[in-house]
Design a protein around this ligand. Structure first.
Ligand SMILES: [Zn+2]
Length: 267
């Protein structure tokens, strides 16, 4: 898992985002544990520079309630930890912002808001979200609902975060594997969503690229040229509203990690 960021700051004529040339940070998915701080300790113990955690069971609706003291303890532990430099949370798998079912849509939005409140309270760097499935109805028919839900949840976070207290946590839309009616299967779909929802929240709505899902969707990155194409597809002129890009390398083998570490960025 690579916690690289694009601040949307790559200027015109720049071939790749700034973070592409930055040293890669390697991380891992870790268990949250009671009180959240154990996640940092587990990450630090394995030398992870980035961690990703589920703050509640990913296959249950019931949110885990964390008191302000627990969230505050995590923030101060983060400040003191020299190893883990970025923390990402992953939203619950049950969330489906593209559903035609109004009850499920309401449940999904409430769950996303709860997940984001926790991530924000922890001072997390992003909340990764699987957008959901339109079940064959087509993206156009569900786009306004998805955008409205994202905007409402992000508006709610802004209202709940005292000014100057801490930075709001971005929602990072994850690219989906290419099956059924899942939303976010292509860069075009992600760009459309960012356009629709990101205007008002340009710095708090971004993208998480899951390399396993890229592969399943037929987007290759096995050569340097293909990987460059993937990175360039996340440039601001493609993703107008992109504020953050988090590249989430899934199922990378030891050999691949060695190759990545041995390859100078940009070569
Ligand atoms: Zn995911």
């Amino acid at each position: 898992m690579n916690g690289g960021f694009a601040g949307g700051g790559a200027g015109e004529g720049v071939a790749t985002p700034n973070w592409y040339r930055a040293p890669m940070r390697i991380g891992a998915q870790v268990r949250a544990g009671k009180g959240l701080v154990p996640a940092l300790e587990r990450g630090a113990a394995m030398g992870a520079e980035v961690i990703q955690i589920f703050t509640q069971s990913p296959r249950m609706w019931k949110p885990t309630q964390y008191g302000p003291e627990v969230l505050g303890a995590f923030r101060s532990a983060r400040r003191q930890d020299p190893t883990v430099t970025a923390t990402f949370c992953h939203a619950t798998y049950l969330i489906n912002l593209a559903t035609p079912d109004p009850e499920l849509a309401a449940k999904s939005q409430a769950c996303l808001a709860a997940n984001l409140a926790t991530a924000s309270g922890m001072g997390a760097d992003g909340l990764v979200l699987h957008i959901g499935s339109h079940r064959g109805r087509g993206l156009d028919s569900v786009l306004p609902h998805i955008a409205a839900a994202l905007i409402e949840v992000l508006d709610g976070q802004e209202l709940a975060t005292p000014a100057g207290d801490r930075l709001p946590c971005p929602i990072l839309l994850e690219n989906a594997a290419g099956t059924g009616g899942t939303v976010g299967r292509s860069f075009d779909e992600l760009a459309t969503l960012l356009d629709a929802a990101g205007k008002a929240h340009a710095t708090t709505l971004g993208v998480c690229l899951d390399t396993q899902h890229l592969w399943a969707s037929g987007i290759g990155y096995s050569s340097v040229e293909e990987a460059d194409d993937v990175v360039c597809a996340t440039m601001p002129d493609e993703f107008d509203a992109v504020g953050q890009v988090f590249v989430d390398f899934h199922q990378v083998s030891d050999d691949e990690v060695r190759d990545l570490l041995a390859t100078p960025p940009g070569s």
